[in-house]
Ligand binder design. Structure first.
Ligand code: URA
Length: 429
């Protein structure tokens, strides 16, 4: 087959800050999936996009071409409106676990395609796999069956969903081109649009433990994704939320599942409950349904009932004890005062080196490993009091985790002048 373009020609356009046409973008993605465009050529294109950016029309077309590389799921058999949530990832961010059953308990259907963790941020599937028997990989029919029965499903995206993104994401991962806003936005939105949800709430994290370190970057990413979603007919809204400090009191797979169950049982950390309820209200608003108030569904056990049904429908035993690490090590405060810094990135890195995260996609994670803490910002701490507990199956990892936590905290004579704000902004109609 004669190719209408050459990769070198299109890379040169982006290198020289030009604008790619619709047909050039369609060809680039399709030819990459067919193996006509080589990995080194797509790497050069990704780097040119990272350095020179893309116009919004190009980003929308790029997203569309990635969607067309695979199948689109069809939820038209459902009687309830569908709504999903996507977080750009953070430390202690287990919000999907209580949120999906909660939103289902309040009347919407939640088809939640989730991912695995890479580096210091955890992944929803890794967390749920710490529950004995629970299965992440479902066929499209199984996914539909679970959602019809339970109201929500949390599973891995199948190989047929946006295959161009799978290939491109693996390439970006090894070429330093992950942090390009057009590529992040099109990667996330191609999967969410192909998944077939009719509404989507994005939780764009900002701060030390997030992909996006500044509000400007996070706002641009959120606005870009909301525009892509709306142009594709998906009702899309974003919250910008703070990830300078971790959520809750745990980073690590089974440790976070335990915390999710506390939230679903009507308790749990205040910040996790606040964000879960805020996202649930946004999702139900976009879906145009609210058979129950989310705070009531946490208090009356109806969200917890959906959780048990969901875990059971996916082969898990939600009443089985969660794995516990072989070793626990306490890190204590060196001085007394007020905790004015609790750094998400340091804690995420510590959990990662203890075994909770992976360095390469094929690595196994430890279900039991991670970090727990008991102080929130501006709480008083006494010298010698435990700040962190390290959990690991391999004792030799503890020293490295202690190093990772060296700058995780600041203990000051007085509390912070400015109160830590969890929800920073909201983007979209
Ligand atoms: N998550 C994705 O799915 N894609 C990206 O590019 C970054 C985060």
């Amino acid at each position: 087959m004669t190719e209408p373009f050459s990769a070198v020609e299109l890379i040169s356009i982006k290198r020289d800050r030009g604008v790619l046409s619709d047909s050039q973008i369609d060809w680039m993605i399709d030819a990459y999936v067919r193996g006509i465009v080589a990995d080194e050529q797509m790497s050069a294109m990704a780097m040119a996009i990272l350095l020179n950016g893309m116009q919004n029309t190009e980003i929308s077309r790029w997203t569309d071409a990635m969607i067309k590389s695979g199948e689109r799921l069809d939820f038209s058999a459902l009687t309830r409106p569908t709504v999903d949530k996507h977080s750009t990832g953070g430390v202690g961010d287990m919000i999907t676990l209580p949120l999906a059953p909660l939103v289902a308990a309040c009347g919407a259907a939640v088809p939640q395609l989730s991912g695995r963790g890479l580096g210091h941020t955890g992944g929803t599937l890794d967390k749920l796999e710490s529950i004995p028997g629970w299965q992440a990989n479902l066929s499209n029919q199984q996914m539909l069956d679970v959602i019809i029965k339970v109201g929500a499903v949390i599973c891995a995206a199948g190989p047929g969903l946006a295959p161009a993104d799978k290939k491109l994401y693996a390439l970006r991962d090894v070429t330093g081109t992950v942090p390009a806003i057009p590529l992040i936005a099109s990667s996330i939105m191609s999967k969410k649009i192909a998944e077939g949800t009719s509404a989507l709430v994005l939780d764009v994290k900002v701060g030390s433990g997030a992909f996006m370190k500044s509000m400007d970057q996070a706002r641009l990413l959120a606005e870009t994704m909301v525009e892509i979603g709306v142009n594709a007919g998906v009702k899309t809204r974003a919250l910008l939320t703070n990830m300078d400090s971790p959520l809750g009191f745990a980073a690590g797979n089974a440790l976070e599942v335990a915390q999710a169950v506390e939230v679903l049982s009507g308790g749990g950390p205040k910040d996790v409950v606040e964000l879960t309820l805020a996202l649930a209200n946004e999702m139900l608003d976009l879906a145009g349904v609210k058979t129950k108030d989310p705070a009531t569904a946490l208090a009356d056990g109806s969200a917890l009932d959906v959780w048990h049904a969901l875990i059971t429908a996916q082969g898990g035993n939600s009443n089985a004890p969660l794995p516990r690490a072989k070793y626990q090590h306490q890190v204590v405060a060196q001085t007394s005062g007020y905790l004015t810094k609790l750094d998400a990135l340091s804690i995420g890195n510590a959990a990662w080196v203890l075994g909770a995260g992976r360095t390469r996609k094929e690595d196994q994670v430890s279900s039991a490993a991670g970090v727990t803490w008991s102080h929130t910002l501006d709480m008083q701490v006494s010298k010698g009091e435990t700040l962190f507990t390290l959990h690991t199956d391999e004792e030799s990892r503890i020293d490295q985790a202690i190093v990772a936590l060296r700058n995780a905290t600041t203990i000051s004579k007085s509390p912070s002048v400015e109160k830590y704000q969890l929800i920073l902004d909201r983007i979209g109609a």
